[in-house]
Design a protein around this ligand. Structure first.
Ligand code: SF4
Length: 477
């Protein structure tokens, strides 16, 4: 866990409040998530076997999770046979140390990187900076947020919190020369011009991996911009970072999951670039790195194997759950504070950073179930969030006032007569706070009434009406 992440977890509510007041942020999120939602719906409708493919995707992931040790060892044997060097990192600190050591041993001054959320998870950008190594992000969205000095706000569209107009302003300042116009094509050309020299001058290219193929030892990377290929091919050394759950038995299994991943992430049928890296350059190869290192990262994943969050290891990082989440779509990704935002992040962040500092995240959910409906590998995210809430209660992490309130409610809920009496008294008491048919302030419910007025209860309670109705029925012949 990196220190900045630990501190931001504490202020989730403040971050959410700031995000809610940012109208530009709302415009940016609505544009991207709205498009993503619509495109996914079209892609799924055009793929009649989608539900069967989901069941197959789930079965593939469940199988490899059950035999993780077997497939990881097979992968290591085959990757080593193809000339790659495999490293094992038990946590983020070890992963950072391995990668920094490879860079320093190679006397690397410039490193290019293609988008990898695992790199963010292990704090790689900070580690490279601390080692005095220049890092250049080559994914267009990552390029934008690197220029802005920000963290990703989405796992597929890291710069989705920025509008096109804001990006144009950024490029005008940071690109030399600045783009001649602010239409998307001209801005992309400008970014391409900025990055091209970096691609060709890099000492090391670092990529993530969408799949690790056990029976060939290959790593598979998918992008829509081709930047991963330019990151991994020209430099002398290629480093791959991958979570151990990315393993699949064969290329056919990777392709089955790829069909789900692309449709769920971008609504496409296939990514523009799908590349399998199988060892470094061989004699006779026209290009490719002289060395290939694969860093396999655990960082809490084997702990998840043995607990109630095991199903989360099926995640293929498509981002569909956040695109369809009513909370994410209001506050964006930065409010969540961790590497992974949205519903999947609310499950993973407590695993990575501990529950005490991220207790708010499992509660930032309406339990509407949309995330589970769209998840291509059928992860029951609301159930997992509820599991965190249960743990939080058992570990007594809630404020005393909340525990006391729930305790009182639990006493009443177990005694129906007392519950009805309390409801009747409560409703009458609440009426005292109403003005002109609305309640604008309510003791113990300031969190609600600060943002919305409640209608003042009128007439009889539901239970009173129900009783009267039953009595009427009883009177009838
Ligand atoms: S939890 Fe499911 S929907 Fe969310 S990113 Fe992972 S695979 Fe995609």
């Amino acid at each position: 866990m990196s220190a900045p992440e630990a501190s931001v977890q504490v202020s989730f509510k403040n971050r959410a409040k700031t995000a809610l007041a940012d109208r530009t942020l709302k415009i940016a999120i609505d544009r991207t998530t709205g498009t993503a939602e619509a495109k996914r719906a079209v892609a799924v409708a055009a793929f009649p076997e989608f539900q069967d493919a989901r069941a197959r995707g789930r079965a593939i992931k469940d199988h490899v999770i059950a035999y993780l040790d077997h497939y990881l060892e097979q992968f290591e044997r085959n990757a080593t046979a193809s000339g790659a060097k495999v490293h094992w990192a038990s946590d983020d600190a070890e992963a950072r140390a391995i990668i920094t050591r490879i860079c320093l041993d190679a006397k690397a001054r410039l490193v290019t990187r293609s988008k990898s959320m695992l790199g963010e998870e292990i704090g790689l950008p900070h580690a490279l900076a601390d080692a005095g190594i220049e890092r250049v992000e080559t994914d267009l969205a990552e390029h934008i947020i690197q220029l802005a000095g920000e963290a990703p706000s989405h796992i597929v569209w890291p710069a989705m919190h920025r509008t096109r107009e804001q990006v144009a302003e950024l490029f005008k300042i940071a690109h030399h020369p600045p783009p001649a116009a602010d239409d998307p094509a001209t801005m992309v050309q400008s970014a391409r011009r900025e990055l091209r020299a970096k691609f060709l001058g890099a000492d090391i290219g670092i990529s993530g991996s969408n799949f690790l193929v056990a029976d060939t030892g290959a790593t598979c990377t998918v992008t829509n911009e081709g930047n991963a290929e330019l990151t991994t091919t020209p430099p002398r050394i290629h480093i791959v970072t991958a979570g151990i759950e990315k393993i699949v038995p064969t290329t056919a299994h990777a392709l089955s999951l790829l069909r789900l991943l692309v449709r769920s992430a971008t609504g496409g049928e296939l990514t523009q670039y799908t590349t399998f890296h199988c060892g470094p350059k061989r004699p006779g190869d026209a290009d490719g790195p002289e060395e290939m290192h694969i860093v396999l990262v655990d960082n809490g994943r084997t702990r998840m194997l043995a607990n109630e969050f095991r199903e989360m290891l099926r995640c293929i990082r498509c981002g569909a759950c956040m695109n369809h989440c009513v909370v994410y779509r209001q506050i964006g990704g930065h409010a969540y504070g961790g590497t992974y935002p949205g519903p999947m992040g609310s499950v993973l962040t407590p695993v990575l950073n501990g529950l005490a500092g991220s207790r708010d995240l499992p509660n930032a959910c309406t339990m509407n179930g949309r995330c589970a409906e769209v998840c291509p590998v059928e992860i029951p995210i609301p159930t997992l969030l509820r599991a965190w809430r249960i743990r939080s209660w058992r570990e007594r992490l809630e404020p005393g006032s909340l525990r006391a309130g729930i305790g009182v409610w639990a006493v009443l809920a177990r005694r129906p007569g007392l519950y009805r009496l309390a409801s009747r008294i409560g409703v009458r008491a609440i009426r005292l706070f109403g003005k002109g048919g609305w309640i604008t302030r309510l003791p113990l419910a300031g969190g609600w009434t600060a943002h919305r007025d409640l209608p003042r209860p009128t007439g009889r309670t539901f239970m009173d009406q129900y009783r009267a109705q039953q009595a009427d029925k009883g009177d009838r012949p």
